[in-house]
Each structure stands twice: as C-alpha cells, then as structure tokens.
Design a protein around this ligand. Structure first.
Ligand code: FAD
Ligand code: SF4
Length: 511
C-alpha cells in the first residue's frame, strides 16, 4: 500500500521504529510552512534551527535509502498549510494510506485528527516513542485528586525506572539535595568554555526573508550556536557530562553578568526536537556520575535527573490533562501589556536587561532567569498571561507549547491558580541579589523600597501580596507568613509602597 508518512519539525528521532525498515512504498514528508510561522512570532534563530534540523533529518533518511519529500518554505508547490500540502502530495503520489506520529502540541493534534476525518483513504498514527510516560500519565496517577504534586510524580518515576535507587530507597538517603545546591556563583570555580557549533544557517535565513516571515531577535547567521542534528545534540550531552555536571546542582539557580549559561546543559532544543532521547540523557549522566565518584556528588546528578524525568515529564502530563482549558487560565485576571523593552532589552533594571538581552541574542535563558527575573517581573506587574506566553513561546529555542505554557502560565505566572505550583514564584530584590551579581551594577538600589532609585521589585512584591491577600491567596498556607509580615507593617510605610508600586506599573515603559 502506497503510504505517506508525516514528520513534524519536532519529531526528528532517528531511532523511531518507523525507520527500522526500508520500503519503496513509503514516502516520508517534512514541510516548512507559513502556518507554523504565523501562530506566534518566533525568534529568528529558532526558525533557522528548525529548518536546518529538518533538512538534516531529511538527508539522514535519504542516506539510509528512505524515500523523502522535503518541502522548503519558498517551494512553488508549497501551499503553506498542512492540509493543502498533504492533499496535493496524496494526489501527486497516488497515496493509499496516510500516517503521522502523535504531535505533542494540542493545536496540531486537533488539526491532524480533523484532517484524517476528511480523508477518503485510510489513516493511522503512532506514538512518538520519545517520553518515558504516556500522554495521560499525570491524570492516571492522580485520578480523583484535585492537585498534582510534582514531588509525588518524581518519586514514582525514580522508583518505576530504577533511577538513582538503592532498592526502594533513594541513593544518598534523600530525594532532594536542594539545601546543598543552589549557591550564588562566586567565581571560585572556573566555568568551562562554551561549546561552539558555528552552524552556518544563511540559506535558511535567506528563504525566511524572501518569504517575508515576521520574526524578532538577533542572529549571526553564519555562526548559530545551537545543536541542529543528533551528532551535535550528543556533543552537547557529552560536554555537559564531562565539564558541567560536576557543578550543575551547586550553581543551578545562580546568575551572573559574566556567563549566561554557567553550568547548564543547553540540551533542551535537541531533546524537544527528539534528536536525543531522555533515556539516553539519563543514562549518560548517571554513568558519568558512577565513573567519577567522588568528584561528582549525588547532589549534582540528582538536581539534573529531577529536571529531566521529573519536571519535563510532569509538565507534559499536566499539559495533556488540562488542555485546552489551560491555555485560557488567568487566575489573577491580569490585563496589562508587556513593555516594549521586552523586544530590545533596553531597561535600567540590570537583571532584566541581562536576562532579556541574553534571550534576544541567543534564544536562550536558563531556568532561574526565565522564572525569577523575567517571569517574576511579569507576574508582579500584572501582565496578561496571553502576552507572557506569546513572548516565551516565541523567544526561546526550546519553546514548544506543551513545555512552554505549563512553565509560563503555570509555574511562573500562577495563572492556573496552583495546578503546577503550590504558591506563586515571586521575590523582591533580596532573592535576585542573593542568587546573582546583577544588583551591583544596577541603576536602582536593591535596598530601597520607595523613591526614584528604589528597586521596582521591592514595592511590587508587597503590592502583589496586599492586592491578593483577601481575594486570591487567603487560604494558601504557603504564603501565610508573608501576610503576617504585611499585617505588622507600618500603615504609612505600606501606603507609600503601594503608591510607588502603582506609579511603577503606570510608568513601566520607562523603567
Ligand atoms: P538544564 O538546566 O541543563 O536542564 C536540563 C533539562 O531539564 C532541560 O534541557 C529540560 O529538558 C529539562 N528541564 C529543566 N527544567 C524544566 C522544566 N521546568 N520543565 C520542563 N523541562 C525542564 N523548557 C523548555 O524545554 N521549553 C520551554 O519553552 C520552556 N519554557 C519555560 C518558561 C518558563 C517561564 C520557565 C520558568 C521555564 C521554562 N522551561 C522551558 C524550562 C527550563 O527553563 C528549560 O528547559 C531550560 O532552561 C533549558 O535549558 P537547558 O537545556 O540548559 O536546561
Ligand atoms: Fe534587578 Fe532590582 Fe537588583 Fe536592579 S536592584 S538588578 S532591578 S533586583
């Protein structure tokens, strides 16, 4: 039977069972389409890397004697919409069956389901074979419970997959080494040179410009520094295991003006496009630890494993349990607009200047920059979660809705009212100063709460608790201590702070 098999841009898994047999009657199709450039405005590096990775994957299949049809964005035959392109290919190749790999995005999942209903030929789908869990794992695990605790999920994952376990007990005697991790970077440990790929993506950029795709962010198109094929993804993984893992956990939450990546792995694009598999990531990391005891401590490796088999799999579970409703949640009813400087990085707030500029230059920021600087600011200034989501979904190289929206709308904006996290992740200048060196060179004063030079985070922080105390957070035990402090605060001091916070929100464009 002549079969057309669709491979989406984030389904570049060389080891998928589809490719274990060669069959002349199977045609694989990969398509660059305007539809994927228009649902949100993306960072230019993200679009170039996707196209380059897809082209590389098509070459891999061809070199392994598979039949492949690769449609470039500027091909004359490209109708720019999934259904139209598939229809014309089905006609052209006289296809008798259509097959696809289950998408990870709700939007595409719905689109493909609907499309298959319109077909007069047979259709079928297959699992992506990428994750350690089924799509509905979180829902199944927490059936009949109102809240979904990541910690419960993570411990079950460790036990089920026998990762860092000694029988039924966690290796090291603890599930969590946070107390030993999360230190400020003091410069005493040297940071290894960044892994450089220097990928030349000018041909991709040329056709993106030719087709007038709307994009943002910066690019040096002859030296793009993200892994665009499996070999480079594995290079990133090896570099991490050899050079970065020994200090990963310790400096996981640290931020510094001097190094934007510090000890983070930068494997998220390779992982999310499925060029590398989470199981091989875990296996490489735990082997590196076993072979380098005691240089690499359990605290470093546990911190990393938690992200990959804990947070990553959990976010996917939450996504499928809660979509499509999740995409419209706005617990605090925030309605403000993102300031224009989110697209330039030009702000006097040094922490935001660094984190946003880094995101615009590299399509990357590490977790704490995303959560405790940029996300923290958005939540405190009451930005509409739709705007926040759109920015995050566009700017980061690794942003695909299933893992972006759960982190942004859920973890960072608490717009889900506490599905992902048990309390809002917010802070004053105190935390940012504790974890970074940003405050030293800032126009604003981290200690001041009011006045022209006061750090905006300080008054905004108390304004947030004051505003939401009665209406939204009254029953949340995890923040009750803050309400006690608020209660004890001098009334005049509080009023001054609330007035200052309001003026900051009004003047957000010129901060
Ligand atoms: P490392 O710090 O080296 O961590 C290793 C891997 O663990 C990552 O590659 C990633 O696959 C996984 N991981 C770590 N934290 C998380 C998490 N919270 N959720 C899911 N996986 C995690 N990650 C994305 O992949 N895509 C996104 O669009 C995305 N958006 C985010 C938005 C916000 C507001 C926040 C707070 C976090 C977001 N994250 C997202 C999670 C995390 O910030 C990135 O996975 C990480 O920064 C990628 O860099 P790395 O590969 O160097 O990660
Ligand atoms: Fe950021 Fe405030 Fe510190 Fe400036 S003083 S870097 S605005 S936290």
């Amino acid at each position: 039977m002549k079969t057309l098999r669709l491979i989406l841009g984030d389904q570049l898994n060389q080891n998928h069972s589809w490719f274990s047999n060669k069959d002349e009657n199977i045609i694989y199709v990969l398509m660059e389409m305007m539809q994927e450039q228009e649902y949100v405005t993306h960072h230019i590096q993200k679009i170039c890397c996707y196209f380059a990775a897809m082209e590389g994957f098509s070459d891999f299949l061809k070199s392994n004697s598979h039949r492949v049809n690769y449609m470039k964005l500027d091909d004359e035959e490209n109708h720019q919409k999934l259904e139209d392109n598939l229809n014309s290919l089905i006609k052209k190749f006289e296809i008798e069956k259509f097959e696809y790999i289950l998408p990870d995005e709700y939007r595409l999942d719905e689109q493909l389901k609907k499309y298959c209903n319109t077909l007069s030929i047979d259709s079928d789908y297959i699992d992506s074979e990428h994750f350690l869990n089924s799509r509905n794992s979180v829902q199944e695990l927490f059936a009949q419970k109102k809240s979904f605790l990541m910690e419960t999920f993570y411990r079950k994952m460790r036990k089920d997959h026998k990762i860092l376990m000694d029988g039924e007990e966690p290796i090291g005697g603890k599930w969590n080494f946070d107390a030993e991790n999360r230190k400020k970077y003091d410069g005493k440990v040297s940071v290894p040179d960044e892994l450089i790929y220097n990928n030349n993506l000018s041909s991709q950029k040329k056709r993106i410009d030719k087709m007038k795709v709307n994009y943002f962010g910066n690019i040096e198109e002859e030296k793009v520094n993200h892994p665009i094929n499996r070999a480079q993804g594995l290079m990133a993984l090896n570099h991490f295991c050899e050079k970065l893992l020994p200090h990963f956990g310790t400096y996981e939450d640290a931020m510094t003006e001097k190094f934007s990546i510090l000890f983070h792995s930068r494997i998220s694009f390779a992982l999310n496009t499925k060029m590398i598999h989470p199981k091989e990531v875990i296996s490489a990391v735990t082997s590196a630890w076993e072979n380098n005891l005691p240089t690499i401590t359990i605290a470093q490796v546990e911190g990393f494993v938690r992200q990959v088999i804990g947070w990553r799999e959990y976010m996917r579970g939450i996504y499928w349990a809660k979509m499509p409703e999740f995409a419209n949640l706005n617990y605090f009813n925030h309605q403000a607009k993102l300031p224009d400087w989110f697209w330039t990085g030009k702000t006097k707030m040094n922490c935001l200047h660094h984190c946003i500029s880094n995101s615009l230059d590299n399509a990357y920021a590490h977790h704490i920059q995303r959560l405790m600087v940029i996300g923290n600011f958005c939540l405190l200034t009451e930005i509409n979660p739709n705007e926040v989501d759109e920015w995050y979904l566009g700017v980061y190289i690794d942003a695909i809705e299933w893992v972006e929206i759960t982190n942004t709308r859920g973890m960072s904006q608490f717009a889900d009212g506490g599905i992902v996290g048990t309390k809002p992740y917010i802070s004053s200048a105190n935390y940012i100063d504790k974890m970074s060196d940003y405050c030293k060179n800032c126009h604003y004063d981290k200690k001041l709460k009011t006045g022209e030079l006061a750090c905006p985070f300080n008054s905004l922080y108390w304004d947030f608790y004051h505003r939401n105390r009665e209406s939204k957070l009254r029953l949340n035990q995890r923040v009750s201590m803050m309400f006690n402090l608020l209660e004890k605060m001098d009334k005049n001091e509080l009023k001054e702070m609330l007035d200052h916070a309001n003026s900051i929100k009004k003047n957000i464009e010129i901060l």
